[in-house]
Write a protein that binds this ligand. Sequence first.
Ligand code: NI
Length: 170
Amino acid sequence: MAVLPIRKFGDEILRQPAEAVTQFDSALQKLIDDMVDTMYAAPGVGLAANQVGVARRVAVIDLSVGKRRGELHVLVNPEIVETSGEITEEEGCLSVPDLVETVRRPESVTARYLDRSGEERRIFGQGLMARALSHEIDHLNGRLFVDRLRGLKRDRILKKIQKLAKAGMW
Ligand code: NI
């Protein structure tokens, strides 16, 4: 198991729609284990494979950041099947470090996915779990939370990133 470097905003791989997983082999198991290690080390509550440079449809979510058993979700080829409501809350991303903004997301999300052994499963999330599901599935489609911002909020965060990049701090 290993902690992998996390790609930042501006890296092209974050913009590529990731490819579906078809083989549940040892390479996939290693990728998942490395992603979990990387998420906990960051620390973060979610991570998508393209954030560690692998354009495959794999995401991990653990709202407890490893503190509680049974809260780790490994989602292979996840798809949103239903959403309801809308809620605007503060949100960040390991690929946009130290910058947060309020983002509108569904209040509840139902997704279907395959677990790490290829079994079909469903998950229903509300609040922070709905936000995490929406955020990570966005990643797999090449979308970042800044893309969901409009107007002043969007300009503000993009300017901060530009400023950090100019100073060689990105
Ligand atoms: Ni993210």
